[in-house]
Design a protein around this ligand. Structure first.
Ligand SMILES: *Cc1c(COP(=O)(O)O)cnc(C)c1O
Length: 411
């Protein structure tokens, strides 16, 4: 046996991040391997939500825009996120959803590259990334089009027709990591801008936007940042683009002086011009707690643990269920985000059978079982126990039961 359960317990005892698990309100007995899709609830977030609702809103009412600094939330939360993604605090704001932020930044980027008509991405990118670009191309007309080429061909497909390279840094299904610095350099060599989707990166692994020379980025608040269901997203604009790039959604919160109530839009300086409407104060306050908690953890320790958790998962599955699953994540943990994915034709039913046993992973069509290993609250022994459950599901063919076959609306 590669590793005994007792051994994994010893790893947990020696884990420098072990104390973080207590910061989360996790249900007893549940093994949660879906923090890559919806992060767990930080205890501080529950307390903050109660305070924002009861005191700041209930008692403070409209005064809280100033007294509780609600108006500063997008910049304040953005500044915290900046620290996790290798950016300056004045380059990031929390705002809107990832989908909306993709639209705003891609539209802004295209207007900085007049005459260029191609948005380059890869097939199998997260659907909303592709859909939003298709909608933007339709809106702009004039031959603007989304072009997708397989990952190994991206560098070769970058040419002077390309206005924008849009990639998800860590692939949502496989967990494969793109070389951000190399692809950004290659895009810049042909005069294209880059837009990185960090939804599966922020809080999952160290990101170095400034060091890579990245132009633009977006990402999700409800995955590794533990901001709660539908949490606000974030966006990043490199300083060198601050004066040039504009938002197509020129709302009043992105105005230089929103409370001057002028009839004419005049963009705020810096990244703030990419705000649109009034921030969702409840959601953003809760997100602030998730990000604050994440920011306390040592980046190196997080990455080391995430890689070891993934390696352990793969080793145990391959040892205990040889030939049953096909690994679709990179085997080399340096090339892998904070998740492990396997393919199996009965993937959906197997995931349902695991969930019934209290092991929550998820399924991604057509055949992928996806397990997030979030180092702030997943233990080595949880991985061991999850694989033990998987062994029992497969040996007993539990997945054959009818109740595990019917598809829910959300997988
Ligand atoms: C989760 C995710 C999104 C989510 O976008 P929403 O607008 O929040 O629905 C976008 N892109 C990627 C790569 C994701 O993983």
């Amino acid at each position: 046996m590669v590793v005994t359960r007792a051994e994994t317990v010893r790893w947990d005892d020696a884990d420098p991040l072990a104390g973080f698990r207590e910061e989360f309100a996790l249900p007893d007995g549940l093994i949660y391997l879906d923090g890559n899709s919806l992060g767990a609830l930080p205890r501080a977030a529950a307390a903050r939500a109660a305070d924002v609702v009861g005191r700041e809103w209930g008692q403070g009412l409209i005064r809280s825009w100033n007294d509780a600094a609600w108006i500063d939330l997008p910049a304040r939360v953005g500044g915290l996120i900046a620290g996790l993604i290798g950016a300056h605090a004045d380059e990031v704001v929390a705002a809107d959803s990832t989908s909306v932020n993709l639209f705003k930044l891609a539209a802004g980027a295209l207007s900085l590259r007049p005459g260029r008509r191609v948005i380059l991405s890869e097939p199998g990118n997260f659907p909303t990334d592709l859909y939003v670009m298709q909608g933007l191309a339709r809106l702009l007309g004039d031959g603007v089009a989304l072009r997708t080429v397989a990952a190994p061909d991206i560098a070769g497909a970058l040419n002077e027709d390309v206005a924008l390279l849009l990639l998800t840094h860590v692939h949502y299904k496989t967990g494969r990591v793109h070389d951000m610095a190399a692809l950004t350099a290659r895009a810049h060599a042909v005069g294209a801008l880059t837009l990185w989707d960090l939804s599966h990166s922020a809080g999952a692994l160290p990101v170095a936007l400034n060091e890579a020379g990245a132009d633009l980025a977006v990402g999700c608040g409800y995955k590794y940042l533990n901001g709660g269901p539908g949490a606000p997203a974030f966006l990043y604009v490199a300083r060198h683009l601050h004066d040039a790039i504009q938002s197509p959604l020129s709302g009043w919160m992105g105005h230089a002086a929103p409370f001057a109530f002028d009839d004419t839009y005049s963009p705020a300086p810096g990244v703030a011009r990419h705000l649109c409407g009034t921030p969702g104060v409840l959601a953003m306050s809760v997100l602030e707690e998730g990000v604050t908690l994440m920011a306390r953890a040592d980046r190196g320790a997080l990455r080391t643990k995430s890689r070891r958790l993934g390696d352990l998962f793969i080793a145990l599955v391959e040892e205990r269920l040889p030939g049953v699953f096909t690994l679709v994540s990179p085997r080399d943990s340096a090339q892998r985000g904070s998740q492990v994915s396997f393919a199996h034709p009965q993937g959906y039913a197997i995931i349902q059978a695991l969930i019934a046993r209290g092991v929550v992973g998820d399924f991604r069509a057509p055949d992928i079982l996806r397990f997030g290993v979030t180092p702030l609250y997943v233990r080595y022994c949880d991985v061991w126990d999850a694989v033990e459950h998987l062994v029992q599901v497969m040996r007993g063919e539990e997945w054959r039961q009818d109740r595990f076959q019917a598809r829910n609306a959300v997988t």
